[in-house]
Design a protein around this ligand. Sequence first.
Ligand SMILES: NC(=O)c1ccc[n+]([C@@H]2O[C@H](COP(=O)([O-])OP(=O)(O)OC[C@H]3O[C@@H](n4cnc5c(N)ncnc54)[C@H](OP(=O)(O)O)[C@@H]3O)[C@@H](O)[C@H]2O)c1
Length: 335
Amino acid sequence: MATYQALVLVPHNHQIMPQIQTKEACQTLPAHQVTVKVQAADLNHKDYLALKPDSKVIYEYPRVGGIDFAGTVTASNDARFIAGETVFATGYGLGTDHDGGFQQSVTVPGDWLQPLPDGMDLKEVMYYGTAGLTAALAVSKLLDQPALQNYDAPILITGVTGSVGSLELAILNKLGYTNLTVVSRQQEIILQDELSRLGATHLLKPAYFLQTASKPLQHQEFSAVLDSVGGDLLAAILPHVTYEGRVTMAGNSAGNRLKATVLPFILRGITLYGIDSVYQKEDERKKMWHLLATKFNLKDWPHPVAKVVAFDELPEILKAGPQTKLPQRTLVEIS
Ligand SMILES: NC(=O)c1ccc[n+]([C@@H]2O[C@H](COP(=O)([O-])OP(=O)(O)OC[C@H]3O[C@@H](n4cnc5c(N)ncnc54)[C@H](OP(=O)(O)O)[C@@H]3O)[C@@H](O)[C@H]2O)c1
């Protein structure tokens, strides 16, 4: 019987341990399901969170990790896909509610798969992955805003050393925006150089906002904000948004609770958009991946560094947690 390797998350002594295990290939393929030989995956915030029992991103173990994957169809019971075609998937609870992409063979409903966007190979699609889709969704919410027809419009990005924030920064830089302020807790000069390379024009510490957080309205500074940190930082930023400014909220690195007042909304007409990539509609996903392959594409533009790791390095990498403080995407060569 054919076998393959999978990175399985297993509870052990109140911890979640990542283990490479050998699995037996499925003999029968259910209706509407497609089997993919996984060749590439990537690492996202949630892949690390999955190892923290308190994070509650996984309710049932053992679970094969990996929220994104790309590879080649080996068998299909879905008329839209044929063997030999290259495909990818992000979200839909992969790696959390369902076994994910950190395995050499995965079987999923055809509805979760997409053909590769024009001009992208397996590695490039995983370079963006969930983080790229999220960044594209957030940037797209802002672009028709009247203030952003001016490329000098002041824009603020948080979580900018992370995958989502750094891709948002690089995409806005590519689109021609020239007044990009970023927020980071990090001090290093090397980080400042790297953020400038990606297009940042000003660097602020979270304290800039947090120290005056009790005031419900502040000087109107930013026409648009792309946030992936949430918590107290986002609450403290809202009073700085200009009249009819827009804010996107994609993450919760600094916490789930948003202790804000209604005043920026009712006195300045600001709009707060929630961003979800996991269960995003198919037509919107297609639109975003087309943008990532064209107008938002960073291949020939300064982009966060890409690090490539091997499948068998995954257990140690996941156990160590996110290491770099520089904007970086991590690609995983699965097979
Ligand atoms: N909505 C969606 O569909 C979706 C999709 C992908 C990710 N997400 C969420 O978006 C967030 C970011 O994801 P990511 O992949 O970019 O994560 P990441 O690579 O781990 O980066 C998160 C960044 O946020 C900053 N940060 C972390 N903790 C913070 C704190 N307590 N206060 C202020 N800043 C903090 C850090 O920047 P500094 O160290 O430079 O301050 C860090 O680099 C996560 O919460 C993730 O779950 C949501």
